[in-house]
Design a protein around this ligand. Sequence first.
Ligand code: OGA
Ligand code: MN
Length: 279
Amino acid sequence: MALSSVELQPRIGSQVMISRDELLSGEYAQEIRALLVQRGVLVIRGIDLDDDQQRRFARTMGDLRLGSVKKEGEEGLMKVTLDKKENPEYAQFFFGSQLWHMDGTYEECPPFATMLTPRVLANEGGDTEFTNNYATYEDLAEEEKTRLDTLQVVHTMQAALFPAKRDCTPEEFALWCAYPVRKHPLVWHHKSGRKSLVLSTSASYVVGMHPAESHDLLTRLMNHATAPKYVYRHKWRMGDLLMWDNTGTMHRVLPFDEASGRRLHRFTLNGEEQITATV
Ligand code: OGA
Ligand code: MN
């Protein structure tokens, strides 16, 4: 049986209609992967998975990122929340999710995909937006594509986080600076043959370019890549399962009240290919 789906926006996002048993059987995993890479974001409404089921599904889709297991039954589980009691180690970084980003640009091989299930939602705000970095590359003029093809960009954690927290402490800034600095091509030539822009708030500067020109180029591309026609805005409902292809999209969360306790449970799949250029 073919997978049943409808497009959410012309350039990004599909809703998939599938039962919990079908999803967990793994029978559709290859089809779901193919659709995910094609559409950037997939949404399943009302599937209502618990942590074990979400983990089992993630394992059918790829190489589950295990992380450090803090408690029995929490293998691979990341609690996406600003509440330090729920996530003592990482809650301090999630404020940065309000800026357009790819996850893990400080890694050699950024995560392939991520799956989220809401556990606590804010009454207001907290929608998540996604943009399609394949579509935004494809729509550039041919001469610009050629020009961008050879450029390399330096990504840093401080570039990613500082704009969202100008009142950080020197200690916080030092912690961000301790993360690896990565140089990635601006255009990703995927093994599939398709190309996408590698854009994220972590993009600090273009190698070998005057800082003003580099700043203007990255700002212009970011504005282009986040134009409404490339964006899908997800309004969360309890019971949702949402996944995104982290190698071909950016995402951000819209502001919400920290006191709401907003919390989503996340499982992530390890990256399968390094970001490569033609040369
Ligand atoms: C993430 C992320 C967005 C959200 O988990 O990497 O950016 O809506 N989450 O919380
Ligand atoms: Mn993120």
